[in-house]
Design a binder for this molecule. Structure first.
Ligand SMILES: NC(=O)c1ccc[n+]([C@@H]2O[C@H](COP(=O)([O-])OP(=O)(O)OC[C@H]3O[C@@H](n4cnc5c(N)ncnc54)[C@H](OP(=O)(O)O)[C@@H]3O)[C@@H](O)[C@H]2O)c1
Length: 241
């Protein structure tokens, strides 16, 4: 378990040579990890051999969700545990998986724990209008930029916006997706790509600085609209790379 307030060791992925060997020992915490996206990521990361703490406003609920994940896959050894968001924020790498409009208060409340930590923002600011999803423009242009402003000492990356939670959550369904990763911090891009590269079927791609997070997040509205129209679970796959 990650413990809030404890001194944090240097990030394990520092240095190109050490990185690949060490990412397997990274403990991932997920703020708002009890939702479909957090649960789906927890399952895939744990299946890749990582330890995951599902965070919540209610530690008891998080523990129930974590126990449910482990018991859903009895043939696998999934290291998933539940805790309050503050404990999830004290992990080696943190995923921010609340709804977009809860990102600022959630991250602000644990900003002290996030100093020097890579924080992966997966949130999309979307609103449903009939049978379409429309993208909203959050303050600062993207949810990821809001997260960075709420925790200025964190190393924020944006990623995973186009991955359907239902597909992530089912280990029997193979993944086949590109994941666009944006950050203003090289270390955050590297760590996020190494982490996601551990999940079979995902190809992480460096999509540039956090300035690209807004368009990446907004494109999710188009993708979800396509999925509604075609009754599909399509995700992103780029040709020619
Ligand atoms: N669903 C997808 O397929 C998908 C795909 C890609 C990206 N995303 C993005 O990933 C994020 C999570 O998606 P989701 O579908 O899992 O969302 P969700 O179920 O609506 O929310 C996730 C968790 O956030 C916490 N939460 C909800 N309201 C909150 C509030 N006002 N303040 C603090 N915490 C709150 C809840 O956990 P507790 O009640 O336990 O605290 C909830 O279980 C979203 O931003 C979404 O845009 C989703």
């Amino acid at each position: 378990m990650c413990s809030a307030g404890a001194p944090r060791p240097a990030p394990l992925w520092l240095g190109p040579v050490r990185a690949c060997a060490k990412v397997s020992s990274v403990h991932v915490g997920i703020l708002g990890g009890t939702g479909p996206l957090g649960r789906g990521l927890a399952v895939r990361l744990a299946a890749a051999g990582l330890t995951v703490t599902v965070g919540s406003r209610d530690a008891g609920r998080a523990r129930e969700i974590a126990a449910g994940i482990a018991s859903a896959w009895p043939d696998r050894t999934l290291r998933v545990q539940g805790a309050a968001n503050a404990e999830a924020a004290a992990c080696d790498l943190v995923v921010m998986a609340t709804p977009w409009d809860a990102a600022d208060p959630t991250v602000r409340a644990v900003a002290g724990e996030l100093e020097g930590t890579v924080v992966v923002s997966v949130a999309n600011a979307l609103v449903k209008q009939g049978r379409e999803l429309h993208a909203l423009v959050p303050a600062r242009g993207s949810v990821a930029a809001v997260v960075q402003a709420a925790a200025p000492g964190a190393l924020v990356a944006a990623a995973c916006h186009h991955l359907p939670a239902s597909t992530l959550a089912d280990l029997d369904v193979p993944l086949d997706a590109d994941v666009l990763v944006c950050s203003d911090h090289l270390e955050a891009t590297t760590a996020t790509m190494e982490l996601l590269g551990r999940i079979e079927g995902l190809r992480p791609l460096d999509a540039g600085s956090l300035a690209s997070a807004g368009p990446v997040e907004a494109f999710t509205a188009v993708l979800v609209t396509l999925n509604l129209r075609y009754k599909a679970h399509a995700t992103l796959r780029l040709g020619g790379l």
